[in-house]
Design a protein around this ligand. Structure first.
Ligand code: SAM
Length: 210
């Protein structure tokens, strides 16, 4: 296991990586809750172990599955899927979250051995995500409502376009159920059916399949 002092230093460092447009570096901290050798990154019941367990209730067997975690943040769900034997790709557009995810991978690879987990920095609203290929399972957790982009024009159109593209990349999507039109877009326009759902303390998760 990585040395506790090293982990503490990295967690602090990686919580200070958010440069504003005026160049000032602000301390935004971590969004996802990890306990890394006793160092807790942050407390957040929107992104803690209970929210990972909810996904495994919907998809218990991850062995050998190809999984795309979109808007992965620091990779809380990605790493759990990889530890359970999935081949995982995380995509995330914010460079400081990519760096957090790379550290999370370093921590867990030290603990569990090599993981099949790649981390790609890409903006799903402006980048060509279909080039990433097809996956057995796509995770879109707390994403649809929160998609943002450098592209400030036509954001709503870009979001629906991204969801359409994503819907061609898998027959199986786990997404948080939020009462807004993006989840409905998956079922009403993209040909998915909501098969099962479950919840953590604060979130509802649905398994959508074609
Ligand atoms: C509310 S957080 C949820 C993070 C994670 N999925 C979870 O449930 O803990 C939304 C994440 O999506 C990422 N994100 C937002 N817009 C994105 C975009 N256009 N391309 C890639 N990632 C994006 C954010 O940077 C952030 O990490």
């Amino acid at each position: 296991m990585l040395d506790k002092e090293y982990v503490r230093r990295k967690v602090l460092e990686l919580g200070k990586l958010n440069p504003r447009k005026d160049g000032v570096v602000t301390e935004t901290g971590w969004y996802q809750e990890f306990n890394l050798n006793g160092i807790v990154t942050v407390e957040n019941d929107l992104a803690d172990q209970s929210t990972v367990d909810a996904i495994f209730r919907l998809v218990p067997d991850m062995r050998g599955k190809t999984v795309l975690d979109i808007g992965s943040n620091a990779g809380l769900r990605s790493v759990s899927c990889a530890i359970k034997g999935a081949h995982v790709m995380s995509i995330e557009h914010r460079p400081w979250y990519v760096k957090q995810a790379e550290f999370v991978r370093e921590f867990y690879e030290d603990l569990c051995g090599r993981l099949d987990w790649s981390i790609v920095q890409i903006d799903i609203l402006t980048g060509d995500i279909t080039k990433l290929g097809r996956f057995n399972l796509i995770l879109m957790i707390n994403l649809m409502k929160y998609m943002t982009s450098e592209a400030e024009e036509n954001l709503e159109e870009l979001k629906l376009d991204a969801i359409s593209k994503i819907s061609t990349m898998s027959n199986s999507i786990v997404a948080t159920l939020q009462r807004h039109k993006h989840s409905e877009y998956l079922t009403e326009t993209c040909g998915f059916t909501l098969r099962k759902y479950t919840r953590s303390n604060v979130l509802r998760f649905g398994l959508f399949e074609k």
